[in-house]
Ligand binder design. Sequence first.
Ligand code: MRU
Length: 414
Amino acid sequence: MPDGPAIDNIPRTIWWEDGKVLLVDQTRLPLVGDVLVCNTYEGVCTAISTLAVRGAPALGVAAALGVALWVVTETDDIATVDEFLAEIERVADEITATRPTAVNLFWGAERMKAVARDNADLPLGELRELVVTEALAMQAEDEERNRAIGEHGAALIEPDSRILTHCNAGSLATAYFGTALGVIFTAAEQGKVTRVWVDETRPVLQGARLTAWELRMAGVPHTLITDNMAASIMRAGLVDAVVVGADRIAANGDVANKIGTYGLAVLAKEHGIPFYVAAPTSTVDLTLPSGDDIVIEERDPREVTGFTVAGTFEPDSPVASRAFDALTEAGAYEVPVAKGHQLRLSRKGGAYHFDGWFRMAPPDVPVYNPAFDVTPAAYVTAIITECGVARADYAASLAATCSGAGGLDEIRRG
Ligand code: MRU
């Protein structure tokens, strides 16, 4: 690929604008490209818990920007540094209560609290500014780290590789550029990638909706498969490497990532395919000796029992337009559909939108819906961080690759 992937075509994930937090609504991509404006930190919390912003590194940035948003919108009445320190703890705790597994969320919030604590001798006005500056710096650092991960990881990719990835560890899962997809983008730039196999990633379809979209935007050749096809294409000799991201990596190298990752790792080992994990050091949690202690988020059964859809439509006649205009005049219109399905019509900036959830399983079926699983370190060929490539024994190797980089010290402090 002579010109390399056009990753500049991928929009920013989350950003700060005029004292507000803006983010691309990932629940509706790729069919609707809405930008959500968060005016309060509670709005950022909702965006996190609904998956409008998701992916471990992006959650770290969201936590930091959420705290910064609280600083600029709700701290005018705070009179003392002590009160500010107490309140920032409360707000950070509220933000981290949104999702339990990705450690970056806690890391982002902790870094905001730490900068406030460490500078408690400053006048309150300066302290407030410092917290906001720190949040913006974290956003820029995240992209830098991902580009370094991309370089380290691409060195492991052989020429003419067909790479399988799971979920979305792309630009949308980070401030920009991505971790696993960062490796793939960089290797593609070096002309080493002939195809990316994209797991659809049930139940929320981050692979089908987000990874396939990013690769298409960047012009990297890719093929979408359902999750249950991976074994068969590995056996057919069509996969040269698996590269995934991570939500939390324990001290021994056990990796929590999107549900289904463990199965891929076992398959990769069985077929002699390298299994790489790409993640920033902010995903490494040295406080946990092993993956057994990682809290796995369980999500709404409706992710499993039905499909969420979102899109735009064009009325096919003036009569239809007038009908939809009338229905949506006072705001979104809930279409009265039977069988527990849901369908909402709305209008925004001249475009007509539909948002729905369609049930496919019998009503009240019992559901188990863990969002993540843990892959034991024994199945991981290497962990790629911004500091380099770590291999088993991971505790020693992660510490060695990061020595002097400051990354792990920061995590320990957290
Ligand atoms: O539930 P999600 O979409 O937040 O899960 C995301 C993942 O599991 C990613 O693979 C992980 O966060 C790495 S993102 C660089």
